[in-house]
Design a protein around this ligand. Structure first.
Ligand code: GRF
Length: 203
């Protein structure tokens, strides 16, 4: 399968995918990353992509007259690489109807909380503030809501009394990177079915 990864920041999830594919080989993993896109320049994730020799593209909202124009441009730039699966790994923008029309059903996102709890851009901070004793991460299909699409897999992470946001987020990311690598590989190799809100991925 051809993967396009979208990101906005450090790109450690991208790196986990790159390292896994490097370790087991594209054939046995079942996928290869063909391009990396971002909504902003100058992020470490783009550097990681360039170091891996991957094509990159940047679609900034401010370069477009409106959000729909940005959404269409992002869809075009992504489609240019003919992905089978698009992985949003720390991509901090909500895609619109054009992008969903083209990639819905093969667009997955990873979120650093146990959805439906703590959706949105501050899932780690919100979980910490709420005082939960367990949180985690969720890999899900993207639908037209914010972090509301059918859930594919989740990983649980304990919250420690001494945690601050960055310590907790780092502990979540350790689980999240493994979860994402596992899920993307299975989706690429074994396919999946979505029945209503239930996602079935062969074990
Ligand atoms: C991940 O925890 C993702 O769930 C959240 O932002 C983080 C991105 O981390 N949306 P990285 O850029 O992959 O290191």
């Amino acid at each position: 399968a051809r993967l396009v990864v979208l990101l906005s920041g450090s790109g450690t999830n991208l790196q986990a995918l790159l390292d896994a594919i490097e370790r087991v080989g594209e054939e046995s993993y079942g996928a290869r990353i063909v391009a990396v896109g971002a909504d902003r320049d100058g992020v470490a994730g783009l550097e990681r992509a360039r170091r891996a020799g991957l094509p990159t593209f940047v679609c900034r909202v401010k370069d477009h007259t409106d959000r729909a124009g940005w959404d269409a441009a992002l869809a075009e730039a992504t489609a240019a690489h003919a992905p089978d699966l698009v992985v949003s790994a720390g991509f901090m923008k909500i895609v619109g109807s054009e992008f969903l029309a083209r990639f819905g059903g093969r667009l997955v996102n990873t979120h650093p909380a146990l959805l439906p709890s703590f959706p949105g851009a501050h899932g780690v901070r919100d979980a910490l503030a709420y005082g939960v004793k367990a949180t985690g991460c969720t890999v899900h299909f993207v639908d037209d809501g914010v972090d509301t699409g059918p859930i594919i897999a989740q990983g649980v992470v304990e919250v420690r009394d001494e945690d601050d946001e960055s310590a907790l987020h780092e502990r979540i990311k350790e689980v999240e990177r493994r979860l994402l690598v596992d899920v993307v590989g299975r989706l690429a190799r074994d396919g999946y079915r979505i029945e209503g809100r239930k996602v079935r991925v062969p074990a």
